[in-house]
Ligand binder design. Structure first.
Ligand code: IVH
Length: 691
């Protein structure tokens, strides 16, 4: 375990280059060992790349201090002892990285200078390919038959994993074509990987069996190939894509990389040709890079960059290689989606529905193309599941437009100074007891009316455009009113007077008057707006409209019974419960009374007429079972509700009609037993006037 923090907050190169160089070497060796020998990973790739870059930078500054066995000189991680060593016929190289477009343009400049007048004036033709995030593999075919499969190892010597590779269905045992036309020796380079969907299915199955989930597809692919029993490898969904040639003896040698790929495909090897673009000039390459960044998540496998190769094999030969990588290719890495940083603190927020949500305060880190200093933690269980302590080094993920989240902590880097976070049993704002009801993951403040945090959010919601639409009443004004104690409930808004407001900093006489007028105008908003404004859990805008049309007045909504609510479109048991619980709360009673006394009386809404021509199903209960052929079950139930009926999932004496489609089973049998009317779908359509 490292003794000092490997990631100083500034990440600047500290004084004392030598000590830092040795420290970096040790760290990189340790991560290489984990990665290559144990197929696991402690820190995100982007962090590893930064350490490597820092070491390379220091080595350039102090060439005399470079260790002879520095990790910057090696490819990959050596050979694990369980497998026989194989010497590659041609070394397996690695690629230099370009972290962004500017670094790619610098690469282009470099090779242009290197080739001098032999560089094409119109720009290089490049083969732009996805950089698969898997495990490099070399396959050797002799006379068209697969005879050897080897991992990269240190680039010169790899491990013989032929038996395991035989279990991968993507990899042909024999090449396609006439034996006499096939090359005598044909070495193919490519990547073994696991598709994202198959990785998820694999993990779901493991978790269901009580086994621990794998961390990511790449490490799982690597670990799967290292199984000593090929049957274990066969049980993992490994796949393969070919992207390069090694040693080839015979055949009709291609002249460009795109011809190489076409030849590989012709011989029956899997090639991802759709995503390979042959482009001229740096602008076209950069445009493709940006495009690939935006569509990377739609690809079936994980990719972590775009490999750009000079297309002409003749130019490749002229460019040659520098130490461990070719001069003619570069890996344009994607902006990292995962980085490590410190968890400084955990803050709690209380939302409009009283939900107490923790959020992580992070040391700012550049990830997923933005600087992130906060991440959502959802709830108490998540903090425990991810084993987060304040002060931990944690991995932060921000993929695409998804909000940043903490993937996990890195417990290996704990110093002992980290603190456990204790989730409070009281609302952090008002001190009322916090409750976690019936299987819910969130705890909620139990005081929905007076808790200042909930009140603030409730006021913002109440004043919003889709609710009571009070022009000029935004967050800032609400905060001011709360701060000066001018209001202690939504109803007290209607007590405010213009002179009271005019005394406040933010207001002049005119603006105070305008706001009072706007508040005034909201007293008679329509019932649907009023209902939505109350902020009843599970009652959003469209449901508020449905309720308003079904019941017409506030009194009718308040008096609605469970059955009546359940007979309303879009209302299921959870929503009905929430509405009933809300209107039976004492604090809600006083709030509504107070609003009423201030003249806040929502305008009734015209009742929705029953669909014309259809039957009246009031008081009836319908059950749908088996497969419906012309509509979904939800649609069918909605139709019954529109006609005043109720839909239920189970058959009882109270059931009026059962609609049974193909595949109906016990429900239909029970209905017949009870003598309930059983009809088929066409009859249902007829009765409801749908034909
Ligand atoms: S060509 C001499 N093409 O990236 C270059 N490599 O860091 C040989 N990789 O070891 C590699 N996708 O495991 C090439 N389309 C692609 C690739 C690719 C992924 C991996 C490969 C290689 C590493 C280089």
């Amino acid at each position: 375990m490292p003794t000092s923090d490997p990631f100083p907050a500034s990440r600047a190169i500290p004084e004392g280059g030598l000590a830092r160089m040795r420290e970096l070497e040790a760290l990189i060796r340790r991560y290489d060992e984990l990665y290559y020998q144990q197929a696991t990973q402690e820190i995100p790739d982007a962090d590893y790349d930064l350490l490597m870059r820092e070491l390379e930078g220091l080595e350039r500054l102090h060439p005399t201090l470079v260790s002879p066995d520095s990790p910057t000189k090696r490819v990959g991680g050596g050979v694990a002892s369980e497998f026989a060593a194989v010497t590659h016929r041609r070394p397996m190289m690695s690629l230099a990285n370009a972290m962004d477009e500017a670094e790619f343009r610098a690469f282009d400049e470099r090779i242009r200078r290197f080739l001098e007048e032999r560089a094409p004036a119109e720009g290089f033709v490049y083969s732009c390919e996805p950089k698969f995030d898997g495990l490099a593999m070399s396959l050797t075919y002799e006379a068209g038959e697969l005879v050897l499969a080897a991992t990269r190892g240190d680039g010169t010597t790899g491990e013989n994993v032929t038996e395991n590779i035989f279990t991968i269905k993507d990899i042909p045992r024999s090449l396609t074509g006439q034996r006499d036309d096939l090359p005598r020796v044909f070495e193919v380079r490519g990547e073994v990987y696991i598709r994202k969907d198959e990785f998820k299915a694999l993990n779901d199955a493991r978790v269901a069996r009580g086994e621990p989930a794998f961390v990511n597809p790449r490490n799982t692919a690597a670990g799967s190939l290292r199984q000593l029993d090929p049957a274990m490898t066969a049980a993992r969904p490994l796949r393969f894509f070919a992207y390069a040639l090694g040693d080839v003896d015979g055949g009709n040698p291609p002249r460009t990389q795109h011809e190489v790929l076409a030849w590989l495909a012709e011989l029956g090897l899997p090639v991802m040709q759709d995503e390979v673009h042959t482009l001229t000039g740096t602008d076209a390459v950069c445009a493709r890079y940006r495009e690939l960044i935006t569509c990377r998540h739609e690809l079936p496998m994980e990719i972590d960059g775009m490999v750009v190769k000079v297309d002409s094999l003749a130019l490749q030969a002229e460019l040659g290689q520098v130490s461990k990588s070719p001069r003619w290719a570069v890996a344009m890495k994607f902006p990292p989606e995962e980085r490590s940083t410190r968890l400084r603190d955990i803050e709690l927020r209380v939302g409009r529905t009283g939900a107490i949500t923790p959020s992580a305060i992070l040391e700012p880190v550049y990830v997923g193309g933005a600087t992130v200093s906060r991440a959502t933690l959802h709830n108490e269980d998540e903090i425990r599941r991810k084993d987060l302590r304040i002060g931990d080094l944690v991995i932060v993920r921000r993929a695409g437009d998804v909000i940043p989240e903490i993937v996990r902590s890195i417990p290996e880097h704990r110093t002992g100074a980290e603190r456990d976070f204790v989730f409070p049993t009281e609302c952090p704002v008002c001190g009322s007891p916090a409750e976690r009801s019936g299987g819910e993951a969130v705890s909620r403040c139990s005081n929905p009316v007076d808790c200042p945090a909930q009140l603030r959010e409730a006021l913002i919601h109440w004043a919003g455009r889709n609710t009571m639409d009070i022009d000029g009443l935004g967050e800032k004004n609400i905060d001011t009113f709360l701060k000066f104690g001018l209001i202690r409930s939504v109803a007290e808004l209607y007590n405010l007077t213009a002179p009271q407001l005019a005394d406040l900093d933010r207001f002049g006489e005119k603006s105070a008057q305008n706001l009072i007028l706007a508040i005034d105008a909201s007293r008679t908003r329509s019932l649907d707006r009023f209902l939505f404004g109350l902020g009843i859990r599970h009652v959003g805008q469209s449901l508020s409209e449905i309720l308003a049309k079904r019941f017409g007045t506030l009194d009718a909504v308040r008096a609605a019974t469970l059955d009546e609510l359940l007979a309303t479109d879009e209302v299921g048991p959870k929503v009905a419960e929430s509405i009933l619980a809300y209107f039976s709360n004492d604090r809600v009673h006083s709030l509504l009374a107070e609003l009423d006394s201030h003249g806040v009386r929502p305008t009734p809404v015209e009742l929705a007429a029953r669909p014309e021509g259809g039957p009246d199903l009031t008081g009836q209960t319908w059950v749908f079972t088996g497969t419906l052929e012309t509509m979904t079950r939800d649609d069918a139930e909605a139709i019954v509700k529109r006609h005043g009926g109720k839909a239920s999932g189970s058959v009882s004496k109270k059931t009026t009609v059962v609609v049974a489609g193909p595949g109906a089973g016990s429900k239909e049998a029970k209905a017949r037993e009870l003598g309930v009317d059983v009809i088929d779908e066409p009859t249902f359509r007829q009765r409801l006037g749908l034909e």
